[in-house]
Ligand binder design. Structure first.
Ligand code: HEC
Length: 223
């Protein structure tokens, strides 16, 4: 599902945001059977060790992940609405109301997979590893397909202030929009800063960015 990428460290972030994501993916299928669930957790605890900044508490599910596991990603009713609201409240919007940064910096971040793994320095630079799950700029032909294609996002859906706010919020905390989203909560988890999220919004929405420029070929020309 995730294409191999040369020379970069996209896999690292999938691991980072990842150990937890693994737990989420895997526990979903075991949720129907509490005995299997317990067995699976035991297996995870045997196999994963806290090391560096990657600590074992990443396997702990929060209230949203638990609900999604228990309902197999089909939460409904008042509880789901309450949790959705709570996730929305966890988004810290920029004080000055600016959602767009520098799209070139955003492209680098989208490519970058380093950060928050056991091999990384605490507080060291982190990337978004967005290509691990999304198609984004047409020049990058290696990308994952867990998430929808974001190619031409601004061109297709506009870059109005509302759209900027939506994209900012979605990167900050995807679960405020889609409770059982597989997308990591980049702002809420502290993986990305406000400025980094702004740069990514610009990558996706700036009319001049590589994602939205009209004369960009969909695929690089063969040599
Ligand atoms: C582990 C996979 C994964 C990673 C990594 C990931 N996403 Fe996502 N993303 C998804 C999925 C799945 C969805 C669709 C579900 C949802 O709405 O959250 C999504 C949805 C989105 C949307 C909403 C698209 C729409 O049509 O409304 C945006 C914007 C987005 N992602 C941006 C990003 C950016 C920027 C990054 C990197 C910082 C990123 N994503 C990293 C999985 C991922």
């Amino acid at each position: 599902m995730i294409a191999a990428r040369s020379g970069t460290t996209a896999y690292a972030t999938l691991l980072l945001l990842g150990v937890a994501a693994c737990a989420i993916f895997a526990t979903r299928s075991a949720a129907a059977d509490p005995a299997l669930d317990a067995q699976f957790r035991h297996m995870l605890l045997e196999d994963f060790r806290s090391r560096g900044v990657a600590t074992i508490d990443r396997l702990d599910q929060d209230e949203v992940q638990k609900l999604c596991t228990d309902t197999r990603d089909r939460p409904s009713g008042a509880t789901a609405q309450t949790l959705l609201k709570r996730q929305e409240e966890r988004i810290r919007w920029p004080d000055d109301g600016r959602f767009m940064g520098d799209w070139r910096a955003g492209e680098k971040l989208a490519q970058e997979g380093r950060g928050m793994t056991w091999a990384d320095r605490p507080g060291g630079p982190t990337g978004g590893s967005c290509y691990g799950c999304h198609r984004i700029s047409p020049s990058e032909i290696s990308f994952g397909t867990i998430g929808p294609s974001l190619l031409h996002l601004g061109r297709d859906r506009g870059s109005t202030p509302q759209m900027q706010r939506y994209v900012y919020g979605h990167i900050y905390n995807a679960k405020a929009y889609n409770l059982c989203s597989y997308m990591p909560r980049f702002g809420t988890s502290g993986a990305l800063t406000q400025q980094q999220i702004r740069d990514l919004v610009a990558l996706l929405l700036d009319p001049g960015s590589s994602v939205n420029t009209r004369n960009q070929p969909d695929r690089p020309k063969p040599p």
